[in-house]
Design a binder for this molecule. Structure first.
Ligand SMILES: Cc1ncc(C[n+]2csc(CCOP(=O)(O)OP(=O)(O)O)c2C)c(N)n1
Ligand SMILES: [Mg+2]
Length: 329
């Protein structure tokens, strides 16, 4: 999945059928992976915590679609989608969730600690905010070695109130590091809304404070994410300029999956305004007919949704393989 494709305009006939199919396929692979993981967790086959990425697929896929194989990605604990998008092996990822020795982190890390150096994925990190300085460090190494790779660092809105967020942005700006910080703002950190946690809820504005470019983008629109990330990556690659992007999302799921037989810690979350439990129909990043530019491109290039799904299903067979092996162990 890490293969780079030329950036395209969000609308109009210039959209390449191969690109449309690839974006859909990659998002569907993540969706299938997460659905299978949820199933296994409900059966008590996966230990520890499990935080699903369902509903946010467009961010990982849109952003990764403009990265090169030698670029890095790093994330917090909701990282399955970022790791898959970077090109990691779904079988080894699923094995890791099951705590198996053939897992990505030898079964010692689990869902929150996927790590795959072979595709430049520098880990899922469970301590909120802790990986933001690591991203700056990796970007510093790139600059020190005079390479033109970049680091994309995904984090949640919950990290913004942490000191690491501000320290990292300060150093990235001061030292001109090739890092793109992408805040996936789903408006909640466990049960706490951004309104209750942040004095400044316009997260992208922190970029202005540190004098770096900041952009906000609809995180449900894979083409918009791709377009903006392409610009931010270009300035990081060419001029070593850091930036911050902020994506916003419909709220899909609880904070984490429910442990079998235990009450869910985040049940009050369901009562919060904007939670999916209160909405009849949610916008979905992987349903093309709900994303207008992608839907138009879809019609124009005659790539049917079923075709994309079929390709997605084939890739998802890998997921099933990993799941069955884990399930029978
Ligand atoms: C330093 C630290 N404090 C508290 C926690 C407990 N905790 C786990 S997840 C979480 C919320 C994070 O929310 P956000 O960054 O918005 O990510 P999201 O779950 O919305 O993707 C908190 C407070 C933690 N892991 N690390
Ligand atoms: Mg959040």
């Amino acid at each position: 999945m890490a293969k780079t494709m030329a950036p395209q305009k969000a609308t109009g006939p210039a959209l390449d059928p191969g690109l449309v199919r690839k974006l859909l396929t990659d998002m569907l692979l993540i969706r299938r992976f997460e659905e299978k993981a949820a199933e296994a967790y409900a059966l008590g086959k996966i230990g520890g915590f499990l935080h699903l990425y369902i509903g946010q697929e467009a961010v990982a896929v849109g952003a990764t679609s403009v990265l090169r194989g030698d670029d890095y990605a790093i994330s917090a604990y909701r990282e399955h989608g970022h790791c898959l998008a970077k090109g990691s092996d779904p079988k080894r990822m699923m094995a890791e969730l099951f705590g198996r020795r053939d897992g990505l982190s030898k079964g010692k890390g689990g869902s929150m600690h996927l790590f795959d150096r072979s595709v430049g994925f520098l880990g899922g990190h469970a301590i909120v905010g802790a990986h933001l300085p690591l991203a700056a460090g990796a970007a510093f190494a790139i600059k020190y070695e005079a390479r033109d790779a970049v680091v994309v660092c995904y984090f949640g809105d919950g990290a913004v109130a942490q000191g690491e967020f501000h320290e990292s942005l300060n150093l990235a700006a001061l030292w001109k590091l090739p890092v793109i910080y992408i805040c996936e703002n789903n408006r909640y950190a466990m049960g706490t809304s951004t309104e209750r946690a942040l004095a400044q809820t316009q997260i992208w504005k922190f970029g202005q404070t540190y004098g770096i470019r900041s952009e906000k983008v609809d995180g449900m629109d894979v083409l918009a994410v791709r377009r903006i990330t392409d610009q931010l990556v270009a300035q990081a690659r060419e001029r070593h300029e850091p930036s911050i992007g902020k994506t916003h999302h419909a709220v899909w799921l609880e904070h984490g999956e429910r442990n079998p037989g235990q009450p869910h810690l985040a049940d009050p979350w369901r009562q919060q305004p904007g939670h999916c439990a209160q909405q009849g129909r949610l916008p979905c990043p992987v349903r093309p007919h709900e994303r207008q530019p992608l839907a138009r491109a879809h019609d124009e290039v005659r790539v049917g949704q079923d075709v994309a799904r079929a390709v997605g299903e084939r890739r998802a067979a890998d997921v099933e393989g990993g799941w069955h092996r884990g399930h029978s162990s």
